[in-house]
Structures are given as C-alpha cells and as structure tokens.
Design a protein around this ligand. Structure first.
Ligand SMILES: [Zn+2]
Length: 111
C-alpha cells in the first residue's frame, strides 16, 4: 500500500477510514506514516484538552439562564416602549426597511 495522505490518516485516527485494516498494516510497516499519525493524534489530543479547558465546570441552572437573559434584555432594550414598537411593526414593513438599509449603504459601511 502507498503512503497515506493526511486526510486518510485523519480518517484512520477517527476510525472512519475506508479500509482501517489496510491503513493499520501500512502504519505498522512505514515509520514515516506512523510518525505523521502520531503527530495528528497529538494535535487531536491538544485540541480535545483545549476544548475541555474551555468547557464550564457545570452548566448554569435554568433560573440562572433566565436571570442572565433578563439582564441581557434590559441592557439591549433599555425602555419597554422601544421593545413594544419593534414588536408591533408589521413583518413586511420590517423586511422592507431592512432591504432598503442594506442596499442604500456603501459596501465599506459596517451596516
Ligand atoms: Zn507510509
């Protein structure tokens, strides 16, 4: 068997290769592919460790999520009147104004 491409090595490591047995046999006989596979495995372990470090120790309780949503809503919509206006707007008018604002601005403008 020829040497494995990086994609084939990744597939083998993820146990999703088309021919796991052939890839394993090649790795047993080919130090270059074995080294490449070891490096990819190391990368995968680093990525898993990084993701694990970012994961919160526990998920917030439903009440905490609600409280945070309330704080966020208060920060984004300071007055209840503003929120009501937005809700009472007919969807067609809202879509029209969105279209108008996106087409009338220059491409360099952030909006
Ligand atoms: Zn090889």
């Amino acid at each position: 068997m020829r040497c494995l491409s990086e994609g084939e090595l990744r597939a083998f490591i993820d146990v999703q290769g088309d021919d796991q047995a052939a890839a394993e046999a090649h790795l047993a006989a080919c130090p270059a592919c074995r080294a490449a596979a070891d490096e990819l495995r190391g990368n995968a372990e680093l990525a898993a460790a990084a993701v694990a470090a970012l994961r919160p120790a526990r998920l917030p309780a439903a009440a905490e999520t609600e409280a945070a949503r309330g704080r966020l809503g208060a920060a984004l919509l300071p007055s209840p009147a503003g929120r009501q206006q937005e809700q009472n707007r007919p969807p067609a008018a809202a879509a029209r104004s969105r279209r108008r604002s996106s087409s009338s601005t220059s491409p360099r403008s952030p909006r």
